[in-house]
Design a protein around this ligand. Structure first.
Ligand SMILES: *[C@@H]1O[C@H](CO)[C@@H](O)[C@H](O)[C@H]1NC(C)=O
Ligand SMILES: *[C@@H]1O[C@H](CO)[C@@H](O)[C@H](O)[C@H]1NC(C)=O
Length: 474
């Protein structure tokens, strides 16, 4: 017991050291390229005349056509008012469990308790890759694919065409046993394998997720489509095992090679290969901590801090010149061992300085302040169908069977508690459970009456509605 308490204390101390309470300190831990990223992401709001009530209400229209399936997964509507965070829509029960949404909620709640966040409304992408509905069809004219217009959607992974605004992948940073935060308390362990003893092989294990956008969007310098790294590099590895030991975990086992290797043991390899799947890889941030050289396959997707990383300084890119160039990178690293080591150390130093919890909370704070500056109205729960206080919801998640083990809620709830009186305490375990059971629950706050495409409108009725509209048009 005493030992347990001891290690809890150590964790608490480490976290306390990374707590950033001062605004100037926030500027210090936020790399300038991260601050610039926030500015870049919110810039379109200025051209749109700021965040308006109509813009936010229109998010309700998401269920109408483009992504009427799972609209309640792809966007979770949120409000901050008088320093309290509220949920204006909910994930359905079947989607609750993974840490993508929950880690974000916990981290935003923590930021709201540490800082006075402005009144603001936005939505959060509760899936992995951000939906195509928010990609610009015509950026100059501020027209996204979504017919209801652009709206602020926070996401942890996106590409250049997206109107989304980047935030940390908080779930991967703080929830799992091998989260970034957990790993950053173990740097001494990782350093116990000295550089010179690490195997001069490039290692990587992943699941086989090959996003469509690789082949469709990403061209190699020779004009051909970029193959999906998770497939392609596996095949390349089979022919070059002495240099490259990467592949899909399950396939490796079938081939009699080692499948799963815990992240915290991968520092026995001098080089680590990172590939993206549907969205950015959640392993990339953790790889930066391990003190090995990271070789990253080029990808059209990026996360909140990627602008701050410099190729050839923090990592080596691959699949940027040719499909097989990873082999040249490994050979280069072997021949330039001191330079490779310097890069690995720079990556680790970067991650330690700019990605810890305090830095992430600073990022949330700065983003919220920038959104707050662009608000054109005062949000109010009275104007929304649903307004669940986030503290109450987190408290619910912390005991709900599907979610209670998702993230260590107590880190935040025991420190800050929650106000059970907000919204007159009308959201109880029972009422939230009932809301979640409605698979297609999607509160509509829009003034625009539902036309042909009601959210989840039964197909038969939709056809009738279409006919009615054609008759009207005729
Ligand atoms: C809201 O959606 C309607 C219907 O698509 C559109 O005509 C209108 O311009 C949108 N308003 C805003 C502020 O985006
Ligand atoms: C690809 O990355 C390598 C290693 O950093 C770099 O030397 C090279 O210029 C890059 N090539 C292209 C086409 O971007």
């Amino acid at each position: 017991m005493r030992e347990l308490l001891g290690s809890a204390l150590v964790v608490a101390l480490v976290l306390a050291c990374t707590r950033v309470t001062d605004a100037d300190e926030c500027l210090n831990v936020l790399h300038p390229a991260m601050t610039a990223r926030i500015q870049k992401d919110v810039a379109w709001l200025d051209r749109a005349g700021g965040i308006t009530d109509a813009m936010i209400r229109n998010i309700s229209l998401l269920c109408d056509n483009a992504i009427r399936w799972q609209c309640n997964v792809k966007a979770v509507r949120m409000m901050i008012k008088d320093g309290e965070v509220y949920l204006n829509s909910l994930h359905p029960d079947w989607r609750l469990g993974p840490h993508e949404l929950i880690g974000f909620l916990l981290e935003l709640y923590e930021a709201s308790k540490m800082y006075k966040l402005p009144d603001v409304e936005f939505a959060y992408n509760g899936d992995d890759d951000v939906m195509t509905a928010v990609e610009w069809k015509d950026e100059a004219a501020l027209k996204p694919a979504f017919h209801g217009g652009p709206f602020p959607l926070l996401t942890w992974s996106k590409g250049d065409d997206s109107s989304g605004m980047l935030v940390p992948y908080s779930g991967a940073f703080r929830c799992a046993d091998d989260s970034f935060d957990a790993m950053s308390t173990r740097l001494e362990d990782f350093r116990r394998v000295p550089w010179s003893e690490r195997k001069q092989v490039a290692f990587g294990r992943w699941n086989e997720f090959c996003a469509l956008y690789y082949n469709a969007l990403q061209r190699m310098p020779n004009g051909r489509e970029q193959p999906c790294p998770r497939n392609y590099l596996s095949q390349l590895s089979d022919k070059n095992l002495e240099l490259l030991d990467v592949g899909v975990m399950l396939e490796m086992e079938k081939k009699g090679r080692v499948g799963h290797v815990p992240l915290t043991h991968q520092n026995v390899y001098r080089y680590l290969v990172s590939t993206d799947g549907w969205a950015i890889s959640s392993k990339f941030d953790k790889y930066l901590l391990l003190g090995s050289l990271v070789i990253k396959a080029r990808s059209p997707r990026y996360g909140f801090y990627y602008d701050a990383l410099v190729p050839d300084q923090h990592f080596l890119p691959c699949m940027n010149a040719s499909n097989d160039d990873v082999l040249e990178r490994i050979k280069w690293a072997k021949e330039h061992d001191a330079e490779a080591q310097k890069m690995a150390e720079a990556a680790q130093a970067f991650a330690v300085k700019h990605l810890h919890r305090g830095a992430r909370l600073c990022y949330y704070r700065t983003l919220m302040e920038e959104l707050g500056k662009r608000m054109k109205y005062t949000p109010d729960c009275a104007n929304r169908q649903l307004c669940i206080p986030l503290g109450q919801f987190l408290n619910f998640l912390s005991t709900y069977p599907k979610t209670r083990h998702t993230c260590p809620y107590s880190q935040v709830l025991s420190q800050y508690g929650f106000n059970a009186e907000l919204e007159a305490g009308k959201y109880t375990t029972e009422s939230i459970t009932a809301l979640l059971k409605q698979e297609k629950y999607w509160p509509r706050d829009t003034d625009i009456p539902p036309l042909t495409y009601q959210p989840y409108f039964p197909r038969r009725l939709r056809r009738r509605g279409l006919q009615a509209r054609r008759r009207q048009a005729a």
